[in-house]
Design a protein around this ligand. Structure first.
Ligand code: AMP
Length: 291
């Protein structure tokens, strides 16, 4: 591994659920690098950044101890392992929830029914904290993996595990009792290089790129045609229309308007626009959005 201390070092999961989306996110941030299974690290061609591929369990510790400057891991690891690191950004991928589940035929229906029961998990800290807060007395046992199998083996009556679509739980005939927390991939750092102006500047530049990609993901670029007289109504429907691009159409009394709409209210907004008389709506993805 290179020891060029002037480069920023970012640890990411070598092989696992976060790997593909992490690489995609970094590439969308215009970072150019090679990555393949056996690779231990990549030096970016167009940014002084080294990407280090490690087990995701190691990332928090490496960031905490200053072995690397930055890491991308699931928020769930921060809750469970609590490394002394600083969260910089939520990255909007790797979504999942930590849930309590029981076999479908179990008589456990509510949280209180877990009193005196045994719960198997790879997340003992998160589980214990949640049970304590909820005033439930259950025994928590830690197992290394394949948690879903614990009830079948007769070693636990319930499990606590990560779930995203719920399909793994359903496949194993498990039913969710409650959610402990939601998680997504996050960018973390430490305070080891504060004061090192050159690295701080690099981080600033990198964050500008990352934020540009994240904002773009949250918005759509929209071009629409509307009669002039409904323009005041449009302003109310699309808050992004504070400073829209407007041009006159050849058709008299009609305007062409260009603006952005937030992804999470996109369809509601489009329905409202149609209702007030907007005629043609063209939607484009945004590659980067720098504000
Ligand atoms: P893994 O590759 O199984 O070690 O998971 C790596 C990370 O992916 C976890 O720490 C979570 O942050 C995230 N993740 C997203 N969806 C899931 C899921 N359904 N099960 C496990 N982990 C998930």
């Amino acid at each position: 591994m290179t020891t060029n201390n002037k480069n920023l070092k970012l640890a990411i999961q070598k092989q696992g659920r976060l790997t593909d989306e992490t690489l995609e996110f970094l590439r969308k941030s215009s970072l150019e690098f090679e990555s393949y299974q056996q690779k231990l690290f990549s030096l970016c061609r167009n940014f002084p950044l080294e990407i280090v591929y490690v087990r995701d369990d190691d990332i928090g510790g490496f960031v905490e101890n200053g072995v690397v400057d930055l890491g991308i891991i699931g928020q769930n690891i921060l809750y469970e392992v609590r490394p002394k690191v600083k969260k910089l950004l939520n990255l909007r991928f790797g979504f999942c929830s930590l849930v309590i589940a029981v076999p479908k035929e179990s008589d456990v229906r509510r949280l209180e029914d877990l009193n005196e029961k045994i719960i198997a998990t790879t997340y003992p800290v998160s589980t214990q904290n949640f049970l304590k807060k909820s005033n439930v007395q259950a025994k928590v046992i830690k197992i290394g993996g394949s948690v879903e199998i614990a009830p079948v083996l007769g070693i636990a009556e319930a499990i606590v595990d990560l779930s995203s679509t719920g399909s793994t739980l359903a496949l194993n005939d498990l039913r969710i009792i409650t959610k402990i927390y939601d998680s997504e991939a996050v960018l973390i750092t430490n305070d080891k290089f504060s004061g090192q102006t050159s690295k701080e500047k690099l981080l600033e530049k990198l964050l500008l790129r990352f934020k540009g990609v994240l904002s773009a993901k949250n918005y759509k670029y929209v071009m629409l045609n509307a009669p002039e007289e409904i323009f005041p109504k449009l302003k109310k429907i699309v808050p992004g229309l504070k400073s829209p691009n407007i041009s006159q159409l050849i058709k008299k009394g009609w305007l062409s308007v260009q603006t952005v709409i937030k992804e999470d209210v996109f369809w509601e907004t489009v329905e409202k626009l149609k209702r007030v008389g907007v005629s043609k709506i063209i939607v484009l993805p945004i590659e980067k959005m720098i504000t």
